[in-house]
Ligand binder design. Structure first.
Ligand code: ASP
Length: 445
């Protein structure tokens, strides 16, 4: 780099044996080696180049990123709702400024207002950073912490809550919060961003605006996820916390309601409810927080040729609950049967869900399903595997009684089990396909 008078933040054109690249030289991360230069290409992607492959570097200019958004005082308006934004981390917290690409390590109301000024038109916003982790690091400690915080805010009379979260495990958190926070009087809206805000296609600002509108002004008093709807930024979708799942590793329209239809479309100036069976906003400050969790629960994703030692190791390690994601209608191979029986006889609670995600466990259709039920395995209807996992851990945090656990598991609390799948649930809202656009244009008329 020195040979070519290039430095961090130089805008450069690099010729290398791997091809030519134009982009900005990024600072090296703590753990990176010193044999590579990382460029942020003009299309937003980063590329790492081995220094030995570089044959020339031409300096085009310098484009330094600013780490700090100028603080602006968030205006308050007594006529607007009061919303609390709780930060837990993820891309949305680490790179919020969608115009300058600045990196914000935390978010104060002033920083948020500086980067997304539209928020001030929506509500009076207070922010609090609870955690600063990428979402694979979320767990019972954070989940119970968020649930208790929600309880405190509701008791103080907040009009709506937004939770900024990494997208990867947002559906685990939305599910567990749906059980831990029961009958909230106000909207609790989880939001994240799939593309970091230094990329022109970032969804950070639009998702945050839609989520804040929902928390401030909508009538949906449930735990929800508000994220990009179709592949364009036409509208956001509001998903019920127990039926939503991240379904694509990079699309912005990654969150989909599974086995059901979403609660609503969130447009610039209105909410379009897609169903009427949601819990409505109330004026009281009552909410029931049940922050229980027994972390000796596991999900076993069945694959052909799975060996019983997987189940045996869970038994030996003192696991109290297992959710199986079985094949088809809810099956596993015969060699697992003796271990599953042993586990059930020892009092381990085993529930069956399906890896197809869509559809119900139906263990009466084939003899094998009946055999598995006879071992003591209980079908979990159409609960998504991750939802069954957090619900079982939440339930076992309250009781170990087999019948009581079964009753709680199989009684829908927050839409996690539905009576039937709507006929249009499977095809519609899968993200920008022409049928979806057509459906929506008809629906809106
Ligand atoms: N890996 C990040 C996370 O889940 C991705 C994101 O924030 O969207 O925390």
């Amino acid at each position: 780099m020195k040979d070519y008078s290039a430095a961090v933040w130089s805008d450069v054109e690099v010729e290398s044996s791997k091809g030519n690249f134009k982009g900005i030289v990024l600072p090296r991360s703590e753990t990176a080696d010193n044999k590579h230069v990382v460029l942020k290409l003009h299309n937003g992607y980063n590329v790492g180049l081995n220094v030995n492959t570089i044959t020339s570097i031409k300096i085009l200019g310098k484009k330094e990123a600013h780490y700090k958004i100028p603080e602006k005082k968030f205006p308050t308006d007594p006529g607007k709702s009061n919303v609390k934004l709780l930060g837990t981390g993820g891309t949305i917290a680490s790179r919020l400024d969608y115009r300058t690409g600045a990196v914000i390590p935390a978010f104060s109301p002033g920083e948020l207002y500086g980067s997304v000024p539209e928020l001030a038109d929506i509500c009076n916003l207070e922010t609090e950073k609870l955690y600063g982790v990428f979402s694979e690091n979320m767990g019972p400690e954070q989940w119970t912490g968020i649930a208790k915080k929600i309880g405190e805010e509701i008791e103080k009379g907040i009009d709506g809550i937004v939770i900024g979260h990494g997208t990867d495990t947002m559906h685990h958190t939305s599910a567990i919060l749906s059980f831990m926070v029961q009958d909230p009087p106000v909207p609790i809206v989880m939001v994240g961003s799939q593309r970091s805000s230094d990329r022109p296609s970032s969804d950070a600002a639009i998702n945050l605006i839609n989520a804040t509108k929902t928390a401030a002004n909508s009538d949906f008093a449930e735990v929800m996820v508000c994220m990009f709807g179709p592949t364009s930024d036409q509208y956001g979708l509001l998903h019920r916390g127990t039926r939503v799942r991240k379904m694509h590793s990079s699309y912005r329209s990654t969150f989909r309601t599974i086995g059901d239809i979403p609660l609503a479309i969130v447009e610039k100036d209105r909410f379009i409810p897609l169903r009427s069976d949601y819990k409505k906003r109330r004026k009281d400050n009552n909410v029931k927080i049940i922050p229980s969790f027994d972390d000796r629960v596991s999900i076993v994703y069945y694959y052909p040729n799975m060996k019983p030692d997987i189940i045996e190791s869970l038994i030996d390690n003192g696991y109290k609950g297992i959710v199986i994601a079985g094949t088809g209608l809810g099956h596993v191979n015969k060699p697992l049967y003796p271990s599953l029986k042993k586990a059930c006889d020892m009092g381990i609670h085993i529930y069956m869900s399906v890896q197809t995600l869509w559809g119900y466990v139906q263990m009466y259709v084939y003899d094998t399903g009946r055999d598995i039920m006879n071992l003591g395995v209980i079908p979990a209807a159409n609960m998504l595997p991750e939802v069954a996992y957090v619900k079982l851990a939440w339930t076992l945090g309250q009781t170990q009684d087999r019948e009581e656990v079964k009753k709680i598991m199989l009684t829908p609390i927050a839409g996690e089990i539905t009576e039937r799948e709507p006929h249009n649930g499977y095809l519609i809202y899968q993200g920008g396909i022409p049928e979806v656009e057509e459906f929506i244009s008809k629906y809106k008329k």
